[in-house]
Design a protein. Structure first.
Length: 488
């Protein structure tokens, strides 16, 4: 028995030493998929759920299963989705990207997985608009980088840029634009899910048939080839047809697969149901992203602002000049532009930061640019005699600043710096452009799915207001504390 056990052990050791380890190439490839998350029925969130769903989402998951990918979904606004691909923030776009010559020249486009027809949408009963030709001289609402924007422009329309179809439909309903040109499936889903009777399909956009594809960077030929192979396999085994039938009761993966029917779709929800299902995700976005982003950016920005302010009042002309230039650039450019430069621009020179880190950098620099002048003016407001008195008792410059000047300047600086903090809290609503799902982004997701813009945006405003009131209360307490040391 002992010899048998010994032989078994030796056999297992032999297997262990001769077994081939799993190489990195055999592991699943992580593919970051960029999508809006606000474009039902293709890419959206079910009410109260953080999980993405929709036709495009299920298709790309099926492609990933065939290709051996492990997908990570990254949500962003449509107008930022191609910059995210260019900056290698994502690896592929799955969001009803239409094939056209410009995109084909710049990006690697996969085989077609969806065919749809363009339609012209008008306000109910507006007989001025019946065909695409009637858009000449009219105003339409489109995503500025979408294929339908080009169709509308070619028809002679003036295009008003919007983030997505839900916003376009709102502008049309309000009479701010005359029409919309968009995908017939997206329009049918909007009508079914909102129950809207304010807009209607005037007709087809002539022979405009759109082919939807996945978009890769031009050099990612391996991913593109894997996707194409998977798409053909999914067409052959009927998987694409099954997914299509689930959402549209037609096969939109082939040119003539029938007319899409979304009449039995998600259906409209009451305003109370929308608010109830959105309140918690918005609170999570506030606690997990908005508040930490505000606190960290303000702390770092304040430290930088102090250094810039001291450089600004320095007797060294080089330091003073650099500080002036920094303040001028920060205050002379939009915060949104600064976010885009840090997140999408710097990767092109080898500096690539995660979304939260990039947002902290941009917001901190912005705070520093504005707060530096506040701190400088507060320091200069301290009488010069305080400096002279400090010198007479043997304090050096750093000691004078720390013990004499800055404590007095703090009292003067607190109110304007508090305004900077409140502005920063509200400015974090721009975080969605750098792929952060913060408080306002959660309200956008829900509004795009439900079309309840007024209620949801007002509810988001309530969250911001409550936090601002709390910060204002803290400011008052701090002012009272600092006032104790002032001689009346």
């Amino acid at each position: 028995m002992r010899h048998v056990l010994k032989g078994a052990v030796l056999f297992l050791l032999l297997l262990a030493t001769t077994a081939t380890p799993v190489s990195a190439s055999q592991e699943q490839t992580v593919v970051r998929v960029g999508t809006e998350g606000t474009y039902p029925p293709f890419s959206f969130h079910e009410p109260g759920s953080p999980e993405l769903t929709g036709y495009d989402i299920e298709v790309v998951k099926a492609i990933a299963a065939k290709a051996g990918w492990r997908v990570e979904f990254v949500e962003t606004q449509w107008d930022a989705i191609f910059p995210a691909l260019d900056a290698s923030r994502i690896d592929v776009i799955a969001n009803q990207v239409s094939r056209n010559q410009e995109r084909d020249a710049k990006y690697g486009l996969s085989d077609t997985y969806t065919y749809s027809r363009g339609v012209v949408v008008r306000r109910k009963g507006d007989d001025r608009i019946k065909t695409l030709a009637d858009l000449s001289g009219k105003t339409t609402a489109q995503s500025s980088t979408s294929n339908w924007a080009k169709v509308a422009k070619d028809a002679g329309a003036d295009v008003e840029a919007v983030e997505g179809f839900a916003q376009a439909a709102a502008l049309l309903t309000q009479g701010r634009v005359d029409a919309i040109v968009n995908d017939n499936i997206a329009v049918l889903d909007y009508l079914a899910s909102t129950g809207s009777t304010d807009v209607e399909i005037a007709g087809n956009a002539e022979d405009e048939v759109s082919e939807q594809v996945l978009a890769f960077r031009k050099g990612d030929e391996q991913l593109k080839a894997q996707a194409n192979q998977a798409i053909q396999a999914l067409k052959a085994d009927g998987t694409l047809n099954t997914i299509s039938q689930k959402y549209f009761k037609a096969n939109v993966s082939v040119p003539d697969g029938g007319t899409a029917d979304l009449s039995q779709g998600r259906g409209p929800r009451s305003t109370w149901e929308v608010v109830r299902s959105t309140a918690w995700p918005m609170f999570v976005g506030l606690v997990k992203v908005t508040v930490p982003l505000t606190a960290l950016s303000f702390a770092i920005g304040l430290a930088l602002a102090l250094l810039v302010a001291l450089a600004r009042i320095s007797s060294y002309k080089v330091l003073s000049g650099l500080a002036r230039a920094f303040i001028s650039v920060i205050r002379g450019t939009p915060l949104l532009l600064q976010l885009f430069i840090v997140f999408y621009g710097l990767p092109q020179v080898g500096l690539k930061f995660p979304p939260f880190t990039a947002a902290v950098i941009a917001f901190s620099l912005n705070v520093a640019g504005y707060a530096a002048e506040v701190i400088r003016s507060a320091i200069l407001a301290v009488p010069k005699g305080q400096f002279e008195a400090a010198q007479t008792i043997g304090l050096n410059y750093p000691q004078t600043l720390r013990r004499i000047i800055l404590p007095q300047a703090a009292r003067t600086a607190v109110p304007p710096l508090s305004n900077t903090l409140l502005s920063l809290l509200k400015d974090t609503s721009l975080g969605s452009v750098v792929l952060l799902t913060e408080l306002f982004r959660e309200s956008q997701l829900a509004a795009a799915e439900s079309n309840e813009f007024l209620v949801l945006y007002s509810f988001a405003g309530l969250y911001y207001w409550v936090v601002c009131v709390a910060l204002s209360g803290a400011q008052k307490r701090l002012e009272n504390r600092l006032s104790r040391y002032v001689i009346a």
